[in-house]
Design a protein around this ligand. Structure first.
Ligand code: AMP
Length: 623
């Protein structure tokens, strides 16, 4: 397939182009590119730094600041400084509830399956918008570096990201004005940075230990193509835990508890601990001395390498357990491995290299590149490959346009994004939105616009005879399988009952190259406004669902509710209804949250009555 480069702002075809490789990290983000006629990638310095902290601060006027200046606000304005957005991408409230104590800003629980939102003052931001702000900053920095408008990028994601997290990352790119040519796995990017693709075949272990996350992935490389065989890890394990262990070790002799410190004190002690750790990693024979002032009293702390090693050992042990799990999941024995690659700042700690070289005797451990930069450097190599600049690398067949189905509000839900390798197979679960729904229409579309009405319809069918169940209970899996001849098989199956239905379509039938190009240009020129529209429709869908649930609840439980509770709820439902067509998602979200806050206390009370009744032998499902 030939490659064309399109200016996302004007829709015109460009000649000269730079495709960015972006590591959109939990803590920091980086951008890299491959200079013309070179093979190695370079990090682009943005605002005088290689790392851009993935932090967004909103001032009183809701104006965002991103990067180092935002990070500086973390202590002074924690409630309006958003960090670790990547942890929220594609997540609903139930997924993040357990870790909420680590977060200083407000996360909204509206009691639905919908994605989390962050509230700052009266505005509601979803993680896609927040990630887009970070990507915009990176794009802007790169543009001023090259003095050139840049519209294309490859973005990396963890290997364990699911489809909706990948889609969220792609949407964030769109919203930032970037045409995301491909989303690639971080361990694959690290392998590309080390030039593994030139070896054509092999088995690679990528060990990635950062500040707050750990993951290990096993990849195979066959004829230059990478595949992730297994991945394991802990999204809450990293160098920060070592810093915390050092801080607690120091405090153990003082009678002060870490948790009794205020934010500023915690932060200063953590920074001392982190610095001591980094110094000892560089010179293992020294003893680090620290003078820490707490409420007017000076405390003298010390740390040597042996002590650091003992404090870090439980963390290293946990990572090694994951390493063995990943190997066993991939059904690979230690001696089958050809290469180990180290990623993440914490792999600079010499014990990591030592432990891995003991376990993988004789295997080459790649740690020559900067472990903070290796993922971005590899993303840039992928960008260079996609640009067709590497003659030795074969570009695989890809699907030129995205394939998806219509969901609530006429939105396009992409199952196979454009530029996906062929063959490709994806499955996603859906459910019903109305009680007792027995039929579901599956309409298949092709194109890059957010509304199906603007895309090309490929066909539709109806999944019939779904057993009547309450809304949200049926599990309907839609599978897209695009085979090597470009045939698309779409299958819908209700998993509880097993009813299924399928259809086969040829997406390229009746479509000329010229039309494909026009559809791409149309998608790109409308990208930002389309995503805005999508966010509004999603807020409307969520509000409609909330109204449905609340009205049903009032109807069924009126005997347990006071007149004020019923009237108050109805009033708030009316407010939401009045806002539904306003296209103002902040206002809609605020109204939904108001209703939710109002109903929460008595919803819980009714649940208690339900449980009490159930214990007496009544049927809980009827409440
Ligand atoms: P990352 O999330 O990949 O940027 O990694 C950041 C983590 O690496 C932080 O926990 C740092 O304290 C840690 N780190 C950076 N340099 C070193 C070093 N020389 N030795 C040990 N840990 C380090």
């Amino acid at each position: 397939m030939s490659k064309i480069s399109i200016n996302i702002a004007t829709g015109s075809i460009e000649k000269k182009k730079v495709i960015l490789g972006i590591d959109l990290g939990t803590t920091n983000s980086l951008v890299a590119y491959v200079p013309e006629n070179q093979l190695n990638s370079e990090i682009i310095s943005i605002n005088q730094g290689n790392l851009v902290p993935s932090v967004v601060y909103f001032d009183e006027n809701a104006l965002p600041i991103v990067g180092a200046s935002a990070k500086a606000k973390l202590i002074e304005s924690p409630e309006r400084t958003i960090f670790s957005v990547k942890r929220l991408l594609g997540k609903n409230y139930n997924d993040v509830r357990d870790h909420q104590d680590l977060i200083s800003y407000q996360i909204i629980d509206d009691n639905t399956d919908s994605l989390v939102k962050v509230r700052v003052d009266d505005r509601f931001y979803n993680p896609i918008e927040l990630s887009a702000l970070i990507l915009k900053e990176l794009k802007k920095g790169a543009e001023s570096h090259f003095n050139l408008e840049i519209t294309q990028a490859v973005i990396t994601v963890p290997a364990y990201f699911n489809e909706s997290q990948r889609q969220a990352t792609r949407d964030a790119g769109k919203l930032a004005g970037l045409d995301v040519l491909r989303i690639i796995n971080e361990p694959t990017a690290a392998s590309l940075a080390y030039g593994m693709q030139e070896k054509k075949n092999g088995k690679i272990l990528v060990y990635d230990l950062g500040g707050g996350t750990f993951d290990v992935s096993i990849l195979t490389l066959e004829d230059g193509v990478f595949e992730v065989l297994s991945t394991h890890g802990d999204t809450y394990l990293g160098g920060d835990d070592v810093d915390r262990a050092i801080a607690e070790f120091w405090l153990s002799g003082t009678g002060i508890e870490f948790n009794q410190l205020n934010n500023l004190q915690k932060q200063s002690l953590r920074l001392f601990a982190e610095n001591a750790k980094i110094q000892l990693s560089k010179d293992v024979f020294q003893t680090v001395h620290v003078n820490w002032n707490y409420s007017g009293t000076d405390h003298e702390f010390q740390l040597n390498y042996q002590q650091l090693k003992e404090l870090a050992q439980p963390i290293i042990d946990k990572t090694m357990k994951s390493v063995h799990q990943a190997l066993s999941d991939a059904q690979i024995s230690v001696n089958e491995l050809n290469e180990v690659i180290l990623v993440g700042g914490s792999t600079r700690f010499p014990e990591i290299y030592k432990t891995l070289s003991e376990v993988f005797k004789g295997v080459h451990i790649n740690n020559q590149l900067n472990p903070d930069e290796v993922v971005a450097l590899g993303a840039a190599v992928e960008a260079d490959i996609l640009a067709g600049n590497r003659k030795d690398i074969l570009l695989l067949d890809v699907t030129p346009l995205s394939l998806g189905i219509e969901t609530a509000g006429g939105l396009m839900d992409v199952l196979i994004p454009r530029n996906s390798k062929i063959p490709s197979r994806v499955g996603r679960e859906y459910t019903t939105s109305v009680d007792g729904q027995i039929n579901m229409k599956i309409a298949v579309y092709q194109g890059e616009r957010e509304l199906v009405a603007e895309n090309r319809k490929l066909g539709e069918f109806i999944l019939k005879n779904i057993p009547a169940m309450p809304a949200g209970l049926p599990k309907i899996e839609i599978q897209f399988a695009l085979n090597a001849d470009g045939m698309l098989k779409v299958k819908a199956k209700e998993l509880r009952s097993g009813v299924e239905q399928d259809v086969e379509i040829q997406p390229s039938y009746g479509l000329s190259d010229q039309q494909v190009e026009e559809m791409l240009v149309s998608g790109l020129t409308h990208a930002q406004s389309d995503i805005e529209l999508r966010l509004n429709i999603e807020a409307q869908n969520e509000a409609t669902q909330m109204i449905y649930t609340a009205e049903r609840f009032l109807e069924k439980n009126s005997e347990f509710l006071t007149t004020e509770e019923i009237q108050g709820s109805k009033q708030r439902i009316e407010t939401i209804k009045g806002l539904l067509d306003s296209n103002n998602r902040h206002e809609i979200s605020k109204a939904v949250e108001t209703l939710n806050d109002f109903t929460k206390p008595f919803a819980e009370r009714v649940m208690d009555i339900a449980i009490a009744k159930a214990l007496k032998g009544n049927d809980i499902a009827n409440l």
